[in-house]
Design a protein around this ligand. Structure first.
Ligand code: FE2
Length: 450
């Protein structure tokens, strides 16, 4: 079942959606102190300044350049900011990207470029319809949905970077919600019988999707038992505190190698000071016990080790779909909770909390099996390598080969959403992907058995 684009009607609606996406982007960049825009708190990413230029460059290149063929007012910036980096964290190897300059251009110049592009895009909303017969991306608002989703994805990756920035180098947003702390309820075993799972989407349906979402794929999934709740900081602490986190028998050889090379003794968001454990949130540090009811954010490697310790494993992408979009009556739904569009009662996404919330605090978002938190409060790690579905073709995207560089066996699919994921991306076909040894993502997990 495909999700219609969440769109306001008409060109004015598209402009409104662009304006509200840009307002959030600007709010996010305003978190970083202006003298820190050259910082790269995650070594595998460019500095913040690059992304201020990258978002407009991508939008210009895809719409005004590729489709409308408008003459550029800054070809140098269009190229310089066209693509970021996302290297292999084990080898440092990176896909093609523009040469990194000795020095990035100044902030004022980049902001001027951004504003010019935003003005051009507002005009492009009216112009694009005339190209609908010649360009598939000009149909059904696809090109604008693409630049919006690209912006949303970067908003989240910027938050990962900001999470790693020291507190004194950033300031919290003006309307920062109160944190909430509660213990997590106990997880239950939920049995999901064998049945079909529908992954991806049909291009023919005419809705926007990234190249990796096509074509639709129906899979027979054997019966499995899944945790009703994701693993909390409290539960993961038992794993660390027992010493099992440091025992090789629970780790895959390649994961154990990474753990030792990176000298990892606990999740990236935790710290140990004078024998006491703390949790480092975006703007504050808490004693770990205060947030024991929040989901633990870990890499896939760490999640696999925990699952092995409890005698279970991580779900597959298809098992996630069975757990999220089906129910005991055998019928499929658009969302875990049914067919109502995503609202803040369903899950912690769309920057509602700017932090994790206690597990179980959005009961209206439970799937029809009674499985909670499948969409929101942290992406759900799966152990399915990120790979194309049968029928994959990059021609259906105006961003050719968007995904192909990442079909390398080292990236794995994540589903659902985190607190920093826009509501637009809470759609069943959307696939996120990260390397097993990338520990910065707001990613949680739960376990399954057969
Ligand atoms: Fe990008």
């Amino acid at each position: 079942m495909a999700l219609p684009l969440r769109r306001s009607v008409g060109n004015e609606g598209v402009r409104e959606r662009l304006n509200s996406a840009w307002a959030r982007t600007d709010e996010i960049f305003s978190i970083v102190a202006s003298d820190q825009l050259n910082a790269s708190p995650i070594v595998w990413r460019h500095p913040f300044l690059f992304y201020i230029g990258h978002l407009p460059a991508f939008s210009w290149n895809q719409i005004c350049g590729a489709i409308l063929k408008w003459e550029s007012f800054n070809p140098y910036f269009d190229d310089l900011f066209c693509r970021g980096i996302d290297p292999d964290v084990d080898t440092g190897e990176c896909h093609w990207h523009p040469e990194v300059p000795q020095e990035w251009p100044g902030l004022a110049e980049i902001l001027g470029y951004r504003d010019n592009v935003r003005r051009a895009l507002s005009e492009a909303v009216d112009a694009l319809g005339r190209f609908a017969s010649a360009d598939v991306m000009a149909q059904q608002g696809r090109a604008f949905q693409m630049v919006l989703e690209h912006e949303f994805m970067h908003q989240e990756t910027l938050m990962y970077m900001m999470q790693q920035l020291p507190f004194e180098k950033k300031r919290r947003p003006k309307l920062f919600p109160r944190y909430s702390f509660q213990r997590s309820p106990a997880s239950r075993d939920i049995e999901v019988p064998a049945g079909k799972a529908r992954l991806g989407a049909k291009f023919q349906d005419g809705l926007f999707g990234w190249d990796n979402e096509f074509e639709e794929l129906l899979i027979d999934v054997p019966a499995f038992t899944i945790d009703s709740l994701p693993v909390s900081n409290g539960r993961f602490f038992e794993f660390v505190n027992s010493g099992a986190y440091d025992q090789e028998i629970y780790w895959r050889p390649e994961d154990w190698r990474w753990k030792n090379l990176e000298k990892k003794y606990h999740p990236t968001f935790w710290l140990k000071r004078d024998g006491d454990w703390y949790y480092r949130a975006m703007f504050d540090t808490f004693p770990l016990e205060h947030v024991e009811g929040w989901p633990v954010y870990v890499s896939l490697a760490e999640a696999r080790a925990y699952a092995s310790w409890v005698g279970k494993r991580l779900p597959t992408e298809a098992e996630f779909h069975r757990a999220a979009y089906y129910g005991p009556d055998g019928r499929e739904s658009e969302y875990p909770w049914g067919n109502t569009p995503p609202g803040l009662q369903h899950g912690n996404f769309d920057f509602a909390a700017w932090s994790p919330v206690p597990i179980g605090s959005r009961p209206a978002g439970a799937s029809r099996w009674g499985i909670m938190e499948l969409a929101g409060n942290g992406w759900e790690l799966t152990d399915t390598p990120f790979a194309p579905f049968p029928g994959f073709s990059s021609y259906i995207s105006s961003y050719p080969d968007y995904s192909r560089d990442f079909f390398d066996g080292k990236h794995f699919v994540l589903k659902g959403a985190s607190w920093a994921t826009a509501a637009d991306l809470v759609r069943p076909a959307f696939r996120n992907w990260y390397q097993a040894h990338y520990p910065y993502v707001f990613a949680k997990f739960r376990c399954v058995t057969n």
